[in-house]
Every structure is written in structure tokens, then in C-alpha cells.
Design a protein around this ligand. Sequence first.
Ligand SMILES: *Cc1c(COP(=O)(O)O)cnc(C)c1O
Length: 398
Amino acid sequence: MHTFPTYRRAPLTFVRGEGAWLWDEAGHAYLDFVSGLGVTALGHAHPAVVAAIRAQAGELLHVSNLYYTAPAAYLAEALTRLAARQSPEAGRFRVFFANSGAEAVEAALKLARRAGRERGGPAKHEVVVLRDSFHGRTFGALSATARPVYQAPFEPLVPGFRVVPRDDLAALRAAVDPARTAAVLLEVVQGEAGVWPVSRAFLQEARRLCDTAGALLLVDEIQTGLGRTGRWFAFEHGGIAPDGFTLAKALGGGLPIGALVAREPLACLLGPGQHASTFGGNPVACRAALAVLQVLEEAGLVQRAREMGERLAAGLEGLAARHPRVRGSRGLGLMRALALEGGAPAVAEACRQEGLLVNAIGEDTLRLLPPLVVTEAEVDDALARLDRALARVGPPRG
Ligand SMILES: *Cc1c(COP(=O)(O)O)cnc(C)c1O
């Protein structure tokens, strides 16, 4: 191997995909309930995404942000319209384009610093984050990622982050301070930590505290956004309107792209020269993203994620009744976790042998992120494979 040993990979090489299915070199088919970690929401090789990429690649690949291109302009318009529709009380929005999730988070953190300074001077720079959060691997995003295993080897981190436990309203009230707090940054469902939804009461309290403290409420929708949870954006489950939110994973249909969408008066605080990205707003990635948004809307995939999510959740509860290793399930829409009594890597491996791809998180969690185009038959098929895999691994010892 010639790459850094940063990834723990399964011994599989994929050569082709279509819809919810992947094929390896030997021609074996796998039902893909990982979706490239929530990226391929339209499934593999969706014709609309393929056509958009092919067309744009033949016209224009890159010109830099010294100039305009139509795909970035249309995508920004589409995203701001979507944000305003799903969050009408927040007014108008603007978009900054990045190339990944972590970069979108960096833009959000810089916006928080700018807004804090504007409203309360340099002391108002703290960002309140949740324990077990995940916001990315660059230094700013890593500093917002309150997980010692990821942070400790790379200290010192960026200063100015304050950590509160998820759903601890008293800790949140104690942490948000008008003189110090620039922003609260959170995921509505903590994905990398194992699919842990944040309570509606906590989200609403965060919104209220940010309003009274003059702080921004920033929601990381990189994994949850664009229909994954059965709503366009997960913040809708909380009945809250954020000041800004990040997108990435599903946005480009498989091409790298990230975005920070923020309320217009705030967005204008990052002026010329204050933030930039050479590749940000790449025409091919933006044209692919436009196709993704169009298919999500026209095929009603957000509603579909809600319906298929309910079917999947019911099936997972059924597995809990049949297998002593299964404790239960949690999640929203098509972002689901199966809670196990240990052995998650062994169950994921057994699933692979049954032709089903799932993601093990630690010893006790399987994460399921099927594409939003998944059919009823495919959900049932995946549940049958999971059932056989659990039988193969058997009950926990002791
Ligand atoms: C995946 C993820 C990120 C990081 O995205 P990258 O593209 O890997 O930098 C940030 N936040 C959340 C919630 C994520 O799920």
C-alpha cells in the first residue's frame, strides 16, 4: 500500500454501482446501506447526476473565483431558496462554497468570530459545542469536535471552545454568555458518535439562549441535511431556524463540495479577502449538486426517506425482539442505528458476507445510511440479510 494508514478498510474493491447496489471485482453484488457515508443519497450512477457531470465537464471545469460561472450561481440561488422555504422566519440567505464538510465548518467558525467581534469585541469569540460532536478533521473543525480520541494527539487545539453534554439544558444555560459566546454549533443528530438525536427541548433552548446572548445558532447539517432525516434539514425537527448551517456529504451526489448557508446580514460580514477557496464553487460539482436538488424535489425523496425510515425502524425493532444481541434502534428518517450488546464489527463483517454493507461504530453500534432512493423491497432485503448476519454471530457471551 502506498497511502497513509489512516483508514481501517474492509478487504473489498468496488468497480461499479447502480442505485442501492455495488459490485466488487469478483462480480459479487452488495446492498449498500453505507452510501459512501451518507454521500450517495440518490444511489450510485443516478442518470441525472451522471448527465450533469458529463455535460459540465465538456463545457468548463474551472475558472477560479475571480469570475462567475452559471452552475455556482444557480446552485447558490437554489440553496438559498430552499433554506428560506424551510426556515421562513430566518429571512434571506447567502452561500459560501467549499469543497468538503470540514471546510464548510471552518467557514462557519470564521463567520462566528466575525459576528462575535462585531457584536461584543474580541472577548466574544467562544463557540459552545456538544460532547461527542463531530465537525471534521481540520484544526478549527477538530477543536469543535469534542472527542478526546480525535483531539488529544494533536494538541494544542484552537482555543475558544466550550463543551456541554448533549441534552443537558442546565449546562447549556451556564455555557452561553452574552460577553463571551459568539455561537452555539451543533448537529441535530450526532452521526459519527453513533446516531444520537438531540432533544427538541435542547434545540429550542439553544435558539432562545442564542437570541438573548446575541450569539449565532449554527447547525451542522453535513450528514443530516438534504432529506436524510425525513425533512429537508434536521433543524426542522426541532422547530428552530438557525443563523447558518453547513452542508456537504449528499450535496454533490458523490463529487466533493461543501457549503455554508447563512442569513444574509451575517453572510455579508465576511467581505472581500476575508475568506476564500480556490476550488470552492467548482462548476462540475455545482452542476452535479443542482441535479441532486432537482431529483430530491421532483422524485419526492424527502417524503420517501420518512416513509422508508419508518419501515426500516420497524424492521430493526423486530430484530431486537429476535436477537438477544440487539438492544434496540434509534435515529430519524434514513439515518438509523442498531444498538448492540457488543460485537458490532463482527456483525458488520457477517453482513458483508451476506452481501450487505453497514458501518460499525465502536463495539455497540451499527449505522445504517441507505440511499434515499431505496425501495421497500430493498429495505426488506437488507433486514433479512441483517437477520441472517445476527444469527451467524449469535448471542453475546456471558
Ligand atoms: C462527515 C462530517 C463532517 C466532515 O466532513 P468532511 O467532508 O469529511 O470534512 C463534519 N460534520 C459532520 C456532521 C459530518 O458528518
